[in-house]
Design a protein around this ligand. Structure first.
Ligand code: FPP
Length: 317
């Protein structure tokens, strides 16, 4: 289906089942993303002040005036290619409510669901969520067991929705140390969605950024040895191609919740040029409006990659 040709678009979405819904195109807004359509369509250049406005389908309707305002400010042409999220603060969220920590993790699943759905519908090509680090094994066994059960429950419940919406699920990290049942579920989910062409959703599980680099270097060494490439030299592309995230664009936006100013061994190579957005909000309180705030903040940043700002370049030229 090629949206943009007529005055209406056909939408499908998990919230409304598979039945299509029709909505009309407004004068100064552009309907932006079809949930799961996986189309390469980019919005026509309508809008005022050079901004390609994003108008979302019914299934992602703003929940209030504030969300509506945020959506209206978003520029469809300046969305990140890859959003990476350090979901932090589940434990504190629970503690503040005098609940066990696991209640925070359960509440955190809803935030993950909201962010996955919103990014996919906004046509953001890749999203990575830090679900379980290699350091997390230091937590009490009961909490680890709960997190593993929660992940399996999430996969069981959400996989049909993920698949229906053309999302490709990847798990990045060292799978060999995960419980057998988790590994089996993860492999099944990856196999089932392997051919999907929409958003790539990477879930970092038993993940460590340094371990990822070690694994990449060892894979390169194996290749060199096995192919007798005595004169081979390593370059940046070669390293990128041997990371767990090979094939994904590098994250251009890294979001961290709960206010901690650190990267916690997450995607160390890949975030070299990422814009970092830290919010005090605890992960279970992270809403779609807050995701939109982060995207808007990203759109205001001047990305220089070590060069000069555009305005300074003009002055010098
Ligand atoms: C950090 O909170 C969060 C985690 C250890 C990750 C768990 C994430 C979820 C359960 C979200 C669901 C994700 C998916 C993909 C289904 P914390 O316990 O470190 O919080 P604290 O710093 O307040 O103790």
């Amino acid at each position: 289906m090629k949206p943009g040709a007529g005055s209406t678009f056909v939408l499908t979405g998990p919230d409304r089942g598979v039945e299509p819904t029709r909505i009309s195109k407004c004068a100064h807004t552009v309907l932006f993303q079809l949930w799961g359509a996986g189309s390469s369509w980019s919005p026509p250049k309508y809008g005022i002040r050079g901004i390609n406005r994003v108008k979302v389908p019914d299934s992602l309707k703003p929940s209030g005036v504030e969300e509506e305002r945020l959506f209206a400010e978003l520029d469809a042409n300046k969305l990140p290619q890859h959003v990476a999220v350090i979901m932090d603060g589940n434990g504190r969220w629970a503690q503040r409510r005098h609940l066990p920590r696991i209640a925070g993790h359960r509440a955190g699943v809803q935030s993950a669901r909201t962010v996955i759905e919103s990014c996919a519908r906004l046509n953001i090509p890749a999203l990575t969520l830090y679900a379980f680090s290699m350091e997390n094994w230091r937590r009490p066994k009961a909490e680890i067991d709960f997190l593993m059960r929660l992940l399996r429950e999430y996969l069981r419940k959400e996989l049909p929705v993920i698949h229906r919406n053309n999302i490709r699920l990847l798990v990045i990290g060292r799978p060999d140390q995960l419980p057998e049942a988790v590994r089996t579920d993860v492999e099944r989910a990856m196999d089932q969605t392997a051919k999907n062409s929409g958003m790539q959703l990477a879930v970092a599980l038993n993940y460590g950024g340094r371990a990822e680099l070690v694994d990449a270097f060892n894979r390169i060494l194996d290749r060199v040895r096995n192919n007798g490439l005595a004169n081979a030299r390593v370059d940046e592309d070669m390293i990128s191609q041997h990371l767990y995230t090979a094939g994904l664009p590098d994250p251009d936006l890294l979001i961290r919740t709960s206010g901690e100013m650190r990267v916690s061994n997450f995607l160390l190579w890949q975030i070299a040029y990422a814009e970092i957005y830290v919010t005090e909000t605890l992960w279970p309180d992270f809403t779609r409006a807050q995701l939109l705030e982060a995207l808007l903040d990203f759109q205001k940043r001047e990305r220089r990659y070590g060069g000069l700002a555009e305005t300074r370049q003009r002055v010098i030229a």
